[in-house]
Design a protein around this ligand. Structure first.
Ligand code: DGP
Length: 127
């Protein structure tokens, strides 16, 4: 079952400037901003500007320019936050919740970058 893009989702509204955001980085094809409900001292969302729901869809349908821009934007955010372990930072976790089983609340592709404290195990025990 494919999921069509809902242009009334909250991140689409942020991209159109209808809702304010705390921008960390903006590039030609990507936007990074702070999560409104931070779950760690650093909690930044990185989204492509294009209308993609999930990373899988993005990886298959986006242009190479969009994919390169998005990947580089994620790296740039990690460098800006000083969390990149390859540069002496304390590290981070990158999560992209997708669809029903991934418990994705906002149906516009986003990666969460979480850092600033030990983040514990990746998943809680299965229910
Ligand atoms: P997910 O479950 O992966 O779809 O997470 C969606 C995240 O989006 C959640 O951590 C809260 C965040 N969020 C929801 N609405 C807003 C908003 O209006 N502004 C910002 N900055 N973040 C939002």
């Amino acid at each position: 079952m494919s999921q069509s893009y809902d242009d009334q989702n909250i991140f689409a509204k942020i991209l159109r400037g209808e809702i304010p955001n705390d921008t960390v980085l903006e590039t030609e094809h990507s936007l990074a901003f702070r999560d409104i409900q931070p779950q760690a001292p650093e909690h930044v969302l990185v989204i492509p500007k294009g209308a993609y729901v999930s990373y899988g869809q993005f990886a298959q349908e986006a242009s190479e320019a969009e994919i390169v821009d998005y990947t580089r934007a994620i790296g740039e955010v990690c460098a800006m936050l000083g969390i990149e372990p390859a540069r002496g930072g304390g590290g981070f976790r990158m999560i992209s919740n997708s669809g029903r089983d991934g418990v994705q609340e906002v149906p516009h592709l986003h990666v969460h970058i979480l850092a600033g404290r030990p983040l514990g195990r990746m998943l809680a025990r299965a229910e």
